[in-house]
Design a binder for this molecule. Structure first.
Ligand SMILES: *[C@@H]1O[C@H](CO)[C@@H](O)[C@H](O)[C@H]1NC(C)=O
Ligand SMILES: *[C@@H]1O[C@H](CO)[C@@H](O)[C@H](O)[C@H]1NC(C)=O
Ligand SMILES: *[C@@H]1O[C@H](CO)[C@@H](O)[C@H](O)[C@H]1NC(C)=O
Ligand SMILES: *[C@@H]1O[C@H](CO)[C@@H](O)[C@H](O)[C@H]1NC(C)=O
Ligand SMILES: *[C@@H]1O[C@H](CO)[C@@H](O)[C@H](O)[C@H]1NC(C)=O
Ligand SMILES: *[C@@H]1O[C@H](CO)[C@@H](O)[C@H](O)[C@H]1NC(C)=O
Ligand SMILES: *[C@@H]1O[C@H](CO)[C@@H](O)[C@H](O)[C@H]1NC(C)=O
Ligand SMILES: *[C@@H]1O[C@H](CO)[C@@H](O)[C@H](O)[C@H]1NC(C)=O
Ligand SMILES: *[C@@H]1O[C@H](CO)[C@@H](O)[C@H](O)[C@H]1NC(C)=O
Ligand SMILES: *[C@@H]1O[C@H](CO)[C@@H](O)[C@H](O)[C@H]1NC(C)=O
Ligand SMILES: *[C@@H]1O[C@H](CO)[C@@H](O)[C@H](O)[C@H]1NC(C)=O
Length: 528
């Protein structure tokens, strides 16, 4: 508007100029301004002029809405309004029958009605070309309208807006992840002093990703027994951005509860498989890593089996000697049992044999081993049973020696064991007499009185048995008497010797005394 106002005095100026120009003799039409650029829908004034000696007939030929706003001799000013498109109005004049024309070049400019960045793919693989489309609706003149692609505020590329959309191709990189892209239009009317007009689209954020072409590494058990629980884990390296990756661990169609740990560019997913009876058989375990719109997966087979230990039956479990026992082992279908002691037969899930129980079989352990092949692995399970044979009692020389000879005063232990099941009780009593018992398996001090014959009696499963046991106690009676006698003799001899010697000394003394008395008496009787 300001521009058209600035133009108002121009027609007058041109009128003056025209008047000053020397007459060419011929008719000449001129127009002012010869060209202009105006906003769409705007209006402007055009002055048509004729250089004519006389009065020329003037007019403006245009499909635009026009209005004569001023006139004078050989000039007319029109106002053109609501100019929507480029156009070239034509001034004409008729001067003395000579017609001439002059045209105005009107260029309409307008800003784009819409500038938009077409939606981006939700995820863009790194290293692949991405085409971004800027949609520009409206905007004129197109020759001066550029479309720019911006990443943040950085201009990546520009081109002239030719059609409705401008396409830009970009090699997606890791750095583009999270970046905001937008389109901008620039209508550059600076050559015509109308400035630079910019319009921008709403930004769109791009997400780029890297999912390697390798499969995830899945670690899982190949076989699992029903009722057990096992750990599985799945890893994948080289992910970008790792934290955006999704992992699913699925057993057949059952999704496992998964814990995911993210590292810089890798992830580790862990889960537990609980083997249930319903899942018996070969199950497929898959680990799927999804990033962007791509997935990588790995499949492993997990065979879930049930393999109860074989059932080993001794019937009856407790028998008496001489009874036939049936030993039978049964395992699940598909297994092969090996029953220890059974005659060789065709391999199968069961085996059995009969046994005439002897006392030696008491405590015998029967082993049944079952083998089952699961997914190429041979599994083994064992069951054992102990046979109890009731027998006895038995008293044998080896366990209950018949003859014991002990030294009086020594410490000795009487051994007398009875064999049998249940273990028999043994008591040894003196034969005849008062029937006092002799302790078994207990150390005793040997006295002369314990010597004698004992009846050892064992009470057991099949009644009782007895065995005579002789205990001899040795001692040295003669020696003691001799010692006493010798001692007594020595004592006697000593006493006698002492008495004799004493007597003899006394007699000598008495004799000497007598002699002395006799001598004294003679001295007294003899006169000097
Ligand atoms: C373009 O920008 C101008 C100002 O520069 C604004 O008035 C106009 O509404 C914008 N057009 C669109 C479509 O955003
Ligand atoms: C992922 O998206 C890209 C672009 O959006 C597309 O070209 C590609 O086919 C898609 N890939 C898959 C596996 O859907
Ligand atoms: C992109 O725009 C979103 C919101 O519009 C903003 O949160 C994010 O930080 C921007 N990204 C960059 C790289 O500027
Ligand atoms: C459009 O651009 C061209 C080339 O820069 C220039 O010559 C012309 O004057 C411009 N048009 C307008 C209306 O500014
Ligand atoms: C993955 O599982 C296997 C076996 O279950 C285990 O040996 C290994 O340590 C696990 N790896 C990690 C990273 O947890
Ligand atoms: C899984 O088992 C199927 C048959 O049940 C077999 O065809 C496939 O090759 C197995 N896959 C693996 C990875 O062992
Ligand atoms: C078999 O004998 C053992 C010990 O000898 C005993 O513990 C078990 O109860 C007995 N079993 C039967 C069925 O009699
Ligand atoms: C078992 O063996 C005992 C002695 O060896 C014999 O007397 C008995 O008849 C046998 N019993 C059977 C059923 O063969
Ligand atoms: C089962 O018995 C077999 C044969 O005696 C033996 O080789 C295997 O080690 C046993 N297995 C177990 C688990 O006891
Ligand atoms: C018992 O043993 C003693 C000495 O060892 C021997 O003199 C005696 O003859 C034996 N008696 C019997 C019945 O064996
Ligand atoms: C039984 O007799 C033995 C000798 O024959 C004797 O030593 C013991 O004291 C007597 N026991 C009883 C309880 O009378």
């Amino acid at each position: 508007m300001a521009s058209s106002a600035a133009r108002l005095p121009l027609p007058a100026l041109f009128a003056l100029l025209g008047a000053l120009l020397p007459g060419t003799g011929g008719a000449q039409t001129s127009v002012d301004p010869p060209e202009d650029i105006i906003p769409r829908g705007g209006s402007m004034q055009v002055t048509c002029r004729a250089s004519c000696d006389g009065n020329a007939v003037l007019g403006l030929e245009t499909p635009l809405t026009k209005k004569e706003v001023a006139n004078g001799i050989n000039w007319k000013t029109y106002e053109l309004s609501d100019i929507q498109e480029d156009s070239t109005p034509l001034c004409f004049s008729n001067c003395n029958g000579i017609q001439s024309t002059a045209s105005v070049t009107l260029i309409v400019y307008s800003l784009p009605k819409r500038v938009e960045l077409a939606p981006l793919p939700p995820w863009q693989p790194v290293g692949e070309d991405l085409t971004l489309r800027c949609e520009v609706e409206g905007g004129a003149p197109r020759t001066n309208l550029s479309v720019l692609l911006l990443r943040g505020e950085e201009e990546l590329s520009r081109q002239l807006a030719e059609g409705e959309t401008a396409e830009f191709t970009l090699l997606a990189s890791r750095g583009d992840h999270g970046a905001n892209f937008s389109c901008r239009t620039e209508l550059d009317l600076r050559p015509k002093n109308r400035g630079l007009f910019q319009n921008s689209s709403v930004p769109r954020q791009l997400r780029t990703f890297v999912l390697p072409k390798t499969h995830p590494h899945l670690v899982s058990p190949r076989i699992m027994e029903v009722g057990t629980q096992q750990h599985v884990n799945c890893t994948l390296d080289g992910l970008f951005p790792a934290s955006e990756a999704q992992v699913h661990l699925v057993l057949e169609d059952h999704r496992l509860e998964t814990t995911v740990e993210y590292n810089k560019d890798s992830l580790l997913a862990t889960a537990y498989i609980k083997a249930n009876t319903e899942e018996e058989g070969t199950q497929q375990l898959t680990c799927t890593v999804t990033l962007g719109n791509q997935s990588q997966w790995t499949l492993e087979n997990v065979t879930i089996y049930s393999f109860p230990a074989p059932i080993l039956t001794l019937s009856p479990p407790n028998v008496s000697e001489g009874t036939v026992v049936s030993v039978e082992c049964k395992a699940c279908a598909g297994a092969v049992v090996t029953l220890q002691g059974a005659p060789a037969g065709p391999p199968g899930p069961s085996a059995q044999f009969l046994l005439n129980a002897t006392s030696n079989d008491d405590g015998r352990i029967f082993l049944c081993s079952a083998a089952l092949e699961v997914a190429g692995t041979v599994l083994r399970k064992n069951t054992t049973q102990e046979l109890r044979v009731l027998y006895g009692p038995r008293l044998e020389e080896s366990d209950c020696p018949r003859n014991w000879t002990w030294q009086e005063g020594s410490q000795e232990t009487l051994k007398c064991e009875a064999r049998g099941n249940p273990p028999p009780k043994v008591v040894c009593r003196r034969k005849g007499g008062n029937g006092s018992s002799l302790p078994i398996r207990k150390q005793i001090l040997v006295k002369r009185q314990i010597s004698g014959t004992y009846m050892c009696q064992a009470m057991g499963f099949q009644g009782e048995v007895t065995r005579e046991v002789v205990v001899n106690v040795t001692y040295n009676s003669n020696q003691v008497v001799t010692i006493i006698l010798v001692a007594a003799a020595v004592t006697l001899i000593s006493v006698c010797t002492a008495a004799y010697l004493y007597n003899r000394q006394r007699k000598i003394r008495e004799y000497k005394l007598q002699k002395a008395r006799e001598a004294n008496a003679m001295k007294l009787n003899t006169p000097p």
